[in-house]
Design a protein around this ligand. Structure first.
Ligand code: FAD
Ligand code: NAP
Length: 485
């Protein structure tokens, strides 16, 4: 009976793919050619899917195509969100509903700017929304940044989360102390992954190669260094609490950092006040307790000056920090160097000072200073019919909920421009059909959403076999092989 049941379930899963392959469901694989408005979105992360969701809901004649560089959707929900935060990834269910909407089409494995230009998209659609996120990282701009053992948090996170471009990273964790620069939530994700017991991580969707490396890790101490003070720390209370609750790991804070701030407590906004109180309580209860095998701690008022090499001149052995003081107060206080410096010994440096968007096409305006597409509430400056949402619109900060609101705002602006006639809908546009033809000419084959679902199914199957929610494919070619099998 079990075998029959299993056979039945497999057939239920595979039937849609078989039908799709023989053409019966082909509407789900490529875009429609009707007369309604056609919008395309560049990027299949939260911004892309939330923008699509709002547009589809607002007009029942709207077709929305989502172009994604990778064969797999969901952007940083897949490649950024920490593996031990599975509840955050539930948004994937909402994005999947959007992608499965009868007027939404997903084209994975299409790199906009390389496989097809934004200009070509603008010709084929009534409007184009850029939602391609922030795929690079801010550089520390200090000497020694290129030494072995220095990583950006972006690459480190990409490595443990299975981003194909980071699979070769090989961060040998054969040192005791790691210094993380920056005190945002990404820094805390990285610190937590470095210090979490393996047994906890084994049950997550962290990649097997990361698990193997973490199993051999000698890291015992993680220092999280910020250029400003405790009242300006960028992370949030939930993430600090997770650090405090790490098994066999003590908080190693410096009581002096908190001495002068009790006075300011009463005037702080509530979330900042609670976070500060939690850190102060931790200083009181944990300082001087060294029974745990591992430790973590914040270090304040320190900016990176130089990554110091070891005797071989090739590998990091420490970091020189400028000692700062604060000018001004509150959120806007500025870090100003005092002229003093301090050296910290460490075997690995991870720079977690923020992500950064890049220009993807010369025809699209890009502000290199703020590293965003310049826009007015989502309308790209000086370019009719071009919009943006998410991190490429407002910079690399904000949780998924912030990105959702921001994407809804852009969608509302676009709809308003359709209603006002600013976007000319009287001309019929070819949409995805024209782009599909162009891609075919160029030898680019897109991955449809049902094809992604085949990858998904196989990843879940591989994961189940080892007690994990999924085991991700690390190679684009392996993803494509499953998608097109
Ligand atoms: C490490 C990390 C952990 C995070 N954890 C949390 C968390 O726990 N909770 C929370 O609420 N928020 C979290 N966030 C924030 C959240 O991930 C962002 O708010 C959100 O992902 C931003 O969405 P986006 O669509 O703008 O960018 P992205 O998620 O980066 O999506 C952009 C998409 O565009 C695609 N793309 C890029 N270039 C091209 C191109 N040329 N052509 C086609 N497609 C392209 C990318 O492949 C990607 O899929 C985290 C962020 C990071 C960095
Ligand atoms: N669990 C979650 O909900 C979660 C997890 C991960 C990420 N996220 C979200 O994703 C977004 C990005 O996170 P993030 O950690 O990358 O960014 P972030 O929150 O902006 O933090 C960046 C950190 O880097 C510091 N920094 C920036 N430039 C610097 C420089 N030149 N020198 C030294 N320090 C510098 C910042 O200090 P200053 O404050 O002084 O600028 C800050 O401490 C955030 O909104 C975050 O909340 C959420």
């Amino acid at each position: 009976l079990q075998v029959v049941m299993q056979l039945f379930l497999t057939v239920c899963w595979l039937l849609p793919y078989s039908l799709a392959t023989c053409g019966l469901f082909s509407r789900r694989l490529s875009s429609a050619s009707g007369p309604g408005p056609k919008v395309c979105i560049v990027g299949g992360g939260p911004a892309g899917f939330y923008t699509a969701q709002h547009l589809l809901k607002a007009r029942d004649d709207m077709v929305v195509d989502v172009y994604e560089r990778l064969p797999v959707p969901f952007g940083l929900v897949r490649f950024g969100v920490a593996p031990d935060h599975p509840e955050v990834k539930n948004v994937i269910n909402t994005f999947t509903q959007t992608a499965q909407h009868e007027r939404c089409y997903f084209y994975g494995n299409v790199n906009v700017g390389t496989d097809v230009s934004v200009e070509e998209l603008r010709k084929a659609y009534h409007a184009v929304v850029l939602s391609y996120g922030a795929e690079a990282n801010r550089s520390m701009r200090v000497s020694g940044e290129g030494l072995a053992g220095v990583f950006s948090a972006r690459d480190f996170v990409g490595w443990y989360n299975g981003l194909p471009s980071n699979k070769e990273l090989q961060p040998h964790l054969n040192c005791e102390t790691v210094v993380i620069l920056g005190q945002g939530n990404v820094a805390l994700d990285v610190a937590r992954i470095l210090l979490s017991p393996l047994d906890l991580l084994k049950k997550t969707d962290i990649t097997q190669h990361a698990l193997d490396t973490l199993a051999a890790s000698r890291v015992r101490r993680v220092l999280i260094v910020g250029r400003r003070g405790p009242l300006q720390i960028a992370c949030t209370i939930k993430e600090v609490r997770e650090m405090i609750n790490l098994p066999d790991t003590a908080a190693d804070m410096l009581p002096a950092d908190f001495e002068s701030i009790s006075e300011a407590l009463k005037d702080l906004p509530r979330p900042r006040k609670r976070l500060t109180e939690l850190m102060m309580k931790t200083v009181k209860t944990e300082s001087g307790q060294h029974k745990a095998n591992k430790s973590w701690g914040f270090r304040f008022l320190r900016s990176p000056l130089e990554v110091l090499p070891g005797p071989d001149g090739k590998r990091v052995a420490g970091i020189r920090l400028a000692v700062n003081k604060l000018e001004g107060s509150g959120e806007d206080a500025k870090a100003v160097p005092t002229g003093q410096t301090e050296d910290l010994e460490c075997g690995m440096v991870i720079s977690s000072i923020g992500y950064k968007s890049l220009p993807i096409d010369p025809c699209v305006p890009f502000d290199p200073r703020s590293a965003i597409v310049p826009n007015n509430m989502g309308r790209v400056k000086d370019t009719a019919g071009l919009y943006c949402s998410g991190w490429v619109k407002r910079g690399p900060t904000g949780v998924i909920a912030t990105t959702m609101n921001d994407s809804f705002d852009t969608a509302r602006m676009l709809l308003k421009d359709m209603d006002s006639g600013m976007l000319n809908l009287s001309v019929n546009k070819p949409g995805g059909q024209e782009i599909t033809a162009l891609l075919k000419e160029r030898g680019v084959r897109a991955v449809s959403f049902p094809e992604w679902e085949k990858i998904n199914l196989e990843e879940v199957r591989r994961g189940t076999a080892v007690g994990k929610p999924r085991e991700k494919f690390l190679d684009v070619k392996d993803m494509l092989a499953v998608a097109w099998s």
